[in-house]
Write a protein that binds this ligand. Structure first.
Ligand code: HEM
Length: 429
């Protein structure tokens, strides 16, 4: 970490007052620019009441994500008694499903990540491309003839949940239950009281039973396209020590980490394209010419410009550390603001400009270090397929209403739209 003292905030200036308000949720970037410049490692009180450090500069963010003095294990949080259970930090109540990759450190993390990496290879994901295309077309068929749709609920939301269920090996007839449970979880407190906890409980019960059933029915030799849960059970049965609880927690984190993120990649990405007509036409021309290069760099740019994960998940100082010249005490929570780092002018030329052809684009949208997104190949596949199919099948796709009318979800970690109403000319049959 750099030990350079951070520049002091100018006299008379207070930290940007808009942090975590509704206006901030609609466009947090001006506030992040202010923080990056004046208070790049900034202690703030979150809406839940817990105090945490926000890290906003790219160089500090990258180093922080890879710093092994910061633990992912919430047990290292020096949690004040009055805040217990209300902070949004995973607690003991949810312990069973919460002992997953994003909440553990080496050596457990190394062992579990190795096991799942074996079952979740880029080759497996590539073999999955025809299924993702089929799912995408099937969902679009349901609304394409209508001339209007809510792209979040009818498209961005179901696509990743069905894709992950297929990959995990959740039988098709059970996938709508998953869709409902996941819907409840994404709505956070918005659903009926206790609904989120009930959904997590149902998912846990279902996963435990599915793992049990698959273990009973596991053939001696792996099938060529064995599902992920069977692959995990096989790995654990070969002496690599994956307990049934760890397997359930792994299935849960794959669903959880791969779901809302991809919803937001499709939602934020479509929104950015619809509000940048020049870039969207550029991409449509490239796709019409059979050139997928701009789609590949374009999806990376959409991740940098307005990515699904606004803040990386919780980290806790295990000893006093200095980040960007700021001393942080042991036990303090640290949140790396990926959305701020990815617009840092010290790292990216014209960071507030959307340039789908951007080459020098090592964004932090998938994180960095040992917790780097395991599902990045699947996310890229889904994002590229969804956006290319939308723009090709519905060439005059446009927002139904003014951008200012759109509402963004208020959660801390993720950034995404609640709805995305669009209009288009129905394609000729
Ligand atoms: C566009 C979509 C996605 C984005 C932007 C994204 C972003 C991220 C980020 C930023 C992290 C690191 C968090 C941190 O260090 O605090 C992460 C970790 C992770 N992601 Fe993703 N993700 C996406 C899709 C997926 C998908 C589709 C899956 C799997 C099905 C997935 C599975 C995971 C897992 C398992 C981890 C934890 C890895 C570890 O701790 O070792 N993600 N993701």
């Amino acid at each position: 970490m750099s030990d350079q003292p951070r520049p002091a905030a100018p006299q008379g200036h207070r930290p940007h007052p808009e942090l975590f308000s509704w206006e901030f949720a609609a466009n947090p970037y001006p506030a992040y620019a202010w923080l990056r410049e004046h208070a790049p490692v900034h202690r703030t009180r979150l809406p839940s009441g817990v105090e945490a450090w926000l890290v906003t500069r790219y160089a500090d963010a990258k180093q922080t994500l890879a710093d092994n003095r910061l633990s992912k294990n919430p047990a290292h949080h020096d949690e004040p008694a009055h805040a217990r259970g209300r902070t949004g930090i995973p607690g003991e109540r949810q312990a069973e499903l919460m002992t997953h990759l994003l909440n553990i450190d080496p050596p457990d993390h190394t062992r579990l990540r190795r096991l799942v990496s074996k079952a979740f290879t880029p080759r497996r994901v590539a073999e999955f491309a025809p299924r993702v295309q089929e799912l995408t077309d099937g969902l679009m068929d349901r609304f394409a003839g209508r001339g209007s749709a809510d792209l979040i609920h009818e498209f961005a939301f179901p696509l990743p949940i069905y894709a992950i269920c297929d990959l995990l090996g959740v039988p098709r007839e059970d996938q709508d239950d998953f869709r409902d449970w996941a819907g409840m979880m994404i709505r956070h407190g918005g659903g009926p009281r206790g609904g989120v906890a009930r959904s997590v409980k149902k998912m846990r019960g279902y996963l435990a039973e599915l793992i049990h059933r698959k273990r009973e029915a596991l053939p001696a030799e792996p099938a060529p396209a064995e599902d992920l849960i069977s692959g995990l059970i096989r790995a654990s049965d070969h002496g690599e020590h994956l307990t049934e609880n760890e397997a359930a927690a792994m299935a849960f984190i794959l669903l959880f980490a791969g779901f809302e993120t991809t919803v937001n990649l499709i939602g934020n990405g479509t929104y950015a394209l619809l509000t940048h007509p020049g870039e969207r036409e550029r991409l449509q021309r490239a796709l019409a010419a059979g050139d997928r290069g701009l789609l590949e760099t374009g999806v990376e740019e959409l991740l940098r410009y307005d990515g699904p994960v606004e803040l990386a998940t919780w980290r806790f100082a295990t000893e006093p550390v200095t980040i960007g010249g700021q001393r942080i005490a042991a036990g303090d929570p640290v949140l790396v603001v990926l959305a701020a780092a990815d617009r840092d002018p010290e790292r990216f030329a014209d960071p507030d400009v959307l340039d789908l052809g951007r080459r020098d684009n090592q964004h932090l949208g998938y994180g960095h270090g040992i917790h780097y997104c395991l599902g990045a190949p699947l996310a890229r596949l889904e994002g590229q397929t969804a956006l290319a199919t939308l723009l090709t099948r519905l060439p005059d796709l446009r927002l139904a209403g003014a951008p200012e009318e759109l509402r963004w979800r208020g959660g801390l970690i993720m950034r995404g739209l609640r709805t995305l109403p669009v209009e288009f000319t129905p394609p000729q049959k």
